[in-house]
Design a protein around this ligand. Structure first.
Ligand code: UN1
Length: 506
């Protein structure tokens, strides 16, 4: 076992659930394999239905004390979790790289994102502000107060195995809610490592089980969570197929959801753009995390007059990209998460060719002794038409569609003409192009940037998107409100009983 795993308390075999500490689980063994070469990093004994029930019972019990704890004190606990993460940033970031394949700097960045989120939540814990309204009745006071909501279920995806958990969990925690976390089955060890740090801080502060963990298959443990009436809110990140399941199950029992699903993000380059900057953004957006971010740049829209030159430079830049072990600092791209991600990409490549797309670079699986384990692909550039059906789908892989346009209006029309609505950006030096892009007739996405790429959002803004992306918002701005219940309160100190709308009754 490598040093950083030992430092994080990962054992050869780990239990897959914690509620106030890890306990013996009874489900099937899950092997966590590194996509780098397919070796088993460690095993996790998953949770059964009974184990899930135990986590929920202990977690629900923690709600009583947690919700009456002053919010700034709850923030103090999150502050300490932030410190625990700082102390283990290096090791935890390496585990992220090892278990899901993103390169070293991105693994470190992911842990930094958690630390930033902890800091944000600490400040927010003193700012759960309500409102005072003007009552139409004399000597009445109306106000709006925010109360803890209850148990929050967090279902996280493999591509951000820890950061997205923190977006939800740190806000839910300062809002007074306990959290139950079901991580992706691709990244159970990241979850075990984070949960161990969290358990220690919670125990030190006398709040065990405010944040708990349950690792198990979506079909059993996950479905239980979705159907569980004790969970008034589910925040889920992943595919549209998964999102639909969450939405339907939650709607049946009137639970809230935050859905962060597929993206199909475009980067527009106008002919007046700073092309050097645009090029660097395309590279990070399309190749970062091997194209497995929901914010990955999937479509590159180029103004016709600059298309040829820009594509040439892009292909040259792709040729320089070193692919290999994500923990080796010379590499800029690691493997895909597993073999099925590779076959999904190859299916997409086939469809691209059938639909008339032209492969400008890449398009193949990488095999041979330098690429063990079966999870390696070439980053790919495709000349495409915007109406090709495959272009409207999210392929979770480093496939970039280059599409030419003439004029800002056509660019915006193409950008919006997909079912997804997460992230978008424009590279331009023209104020009116930028303003149009950001206006009500501009991008229809949850995130719209000018001279900033589609991926790599800061935590301070609300993160999420429209249309099939699911409409959820997480992390910054006023996302915290979703983890609380709003109560409108009216107090009458007039000694009389006037009715609203001027009604006299009886
Ligand atoms: C995701 O891919 O699910 O904006 C989240 C970004 C990251 C988060 C991505 N901060 O690319």
């Amino acid at each position: 076992m490598v040093d950083f795993l030992r430092e994080l308390g990962i054992e050869a075999e780990n239990f897959g659930a914690s509620a106030g500490g890890f306990f013996e689980t009874h489900g099937p063994i899950l092997e966590s394999r590194s996509p780098t070469d397919g070796h088993v990093i460690a095993k996790v004994k998953q949770a059964t239905a009974e184990d899930y029930e135990h986590v929920m019972k202990v977690g629900m019990a923690s709600f009583e004390k947690w919700r009456t704890t002053p919010a700034p004190r709850r923030g103090e606990v999150v502050r300490q979790i932030g410190h625990a993460l700082r102390a283990k940033k290096e090791a935890l970031g390496k585990l992220v790289s090892l278990e899901m394949g993103k390169i070293y700097v991105e693994g470190q960045g992911e842990v930094q994102e958690m630390i930033d989120m902890a800091d944000f939540a600490v400040g927010q814990s003193r700012q759960l502000y309500g409102l005072i309204m003007q009552s139409e009745r004399k000597f009445h006071r109306m106000s709006e107060t925010w109360h803890p909501l209850g148990m929050v279920g967090v279902i996280s995806a493999f591509n951000f195995p820890v950061a997205v958990w923190s977006w939800n969990t740190f806000l839910a925690a300062i809002c007074g809610d306990p959290v139950i976390w079901k991580p992706s089955s691709f990244t159970p060890l990241c979850a075990v490592a984070v949960q161990k740090l969290v358990d220690q801080v919670l125990a030190d502060n006398g709040f065990p089980a405010v944040m708990s963990l349950v690792i198990g298959p979506g079909s059993s443990v996950g479905q239980r969570m979705l159907d569980d009436r004790r969970i008034p809110m589910i925040s889920a990140t992943g595919s549209n197929q998964m999102g639909e399941r969450v939405a339907v199950a939650a709607a049946k029992r009137y639970a809230r959801t935050i859905l962060e699903l597929g993206g199909n993000n475009a980067l527009i380059v106008m002919n007046d753009a700073n092309q050097d900057m645009a090029l660097r953004s395309v590279l990070f957006g399309a190749i970062g995390t091997a194209g497995q971010r929901c914010t990955s740049t999937r479509r590159l829209l180029l103004e016709k007059s600059i298309e040829k030159g820009f594509v040439e430079r892009l292909v040259n830049a792709y040729k320089q990209i070193k692919i290999g072990d994500p923990l080796d600092p010379k590499n800029l791209m690691g493997p895909l998460v597993d073999k099925s991600a590779v076959s999904d990409m190859m299916t997409a490549i086939k469809a691209i060719k059938e639909q008339g797309g032209e492969i400008l670079y890449g398009g193949k699986e990488l095999t041979g002794p330098a690429y063990p384990g079966g999870c390696w692909v070439e980053p790919t550039i495709v000349r495409a038409r915007p109406d090709m059906p495959i272009v409207k789908q999210e392929t979770f892989a480093p496939v970039l569609y280059v599409i030419a346009f003439s004029g800002i209006e056509e660019a915006i029309r193409i950008q919006n003409d997909v079912p997804q609505g997460l992230s978008s950006c424009i590279y331009t030096e023209s104020m009116s192009h930028a303003e149009r892009f950001l206006s009500m007739v501009g991008s229809d996405c949850g995130i719209a940037n000018v001279n900033v790429g589609t991926s790599g959002a800061e935590i301070g803004g609300a993160f999420g998107g429209e249309k099939e992306t699911g409409g959820g918002r997480e992390a910054g701005s006023d996302s915290w409100k979703q983890y609380m219940r709003r109560q409108t309160q009216t107090i009458n100190w007039s000694g009389e009983l006037p009715l609203a709308q001027g009604i006299t009754f009886g």
